[in-house]
Design a protein around this ligand. Sequence first.
Ligand SMILES: CC(C)(COP(=O)(O)OP(=O)(O)OC[C@H]1O[C@@H](n2cnc3c(N)ncnc32)[C@H](O)[C@@H]1OP(=O)(O)O)[C@@H](O)C(=O)NCCC(=O)NCCS
Length: 184
Amino acid sequence: MNNMLKKSSFLKRLADFWFGPETTYEKEVYLSERRFWMREINMADIKELLTLEREVYAGLTPWTRSAFLLEIKSIALHRYLLLEKDEKPQAFIGLRIHGRDCHVTNIAVKPSLQGTGLGTFLLNEGKIFAKENNCQQMSLEVRVSNLGAQKLYRKFGFVARQIKKKYYDENGEDAVDMVYEFED
Ligand SMILES: CC(C)(COP(=O)(O)OP(=O)(O)OC[C@H]1O[C@@H](n2cnc3c(N)ncnc32)[C@H](O)[C@@H]1OP(=O)(O)O)[C@@H](O)C(=O)NCCC(=O)NCCS
């Protein structure tokens, strides 16, 4: 028995080292009459997140495996959350804190579930995280051509601050830099 315990605690420590510590922020979520499980992203999720990205971005993966890895293992204060169903990610958001700003690094929702409130829910989770960490605002960049996402951000409270010229390397597209300053 002792040996088994020792072995399982060793395996747990090994898993924590490799996959990151067990998630601390997780809950069941109901959105548009669908049930999801929300939890923090770990290394073992990256493969499925790349599959989700391909679905969202017509076969492309704007974030590579190493981009995800660098973010979820970053020493900067961050939260990477996914909504999953049947153990498959359906949507995710990435948040990184710099001082009083909580930056939305990434957000995507599976195409078949877009327009059902998952994006708004995840932004709200971002706002909770930002407030827990005494941030005064959230910020993000979005492609000038991505009018759908801009509509979501404006509805949530973001306003355009400036245009970042040729922000996206692969096609030289400009980004709209948006900020949501908290009033309370
Ligand atoms: C942008 C995105 C994250 C929004 O998530 P979502 O779950 O579809 O958004 P919601 O259902 O919460 O939408 C909330 C509001 O945003 C607006 N909106 C969101 N997506 C929209 C779209 N494609 N076109 C027009 N309006 C849109 C609507 O006003 C909507 O409210 P309404 O349904 O009452 O009109 C999602 O569409 C997505 O993954 N897109 C592809 C990836 C992407 O562009 N990521 C953002 C990179 S900066």
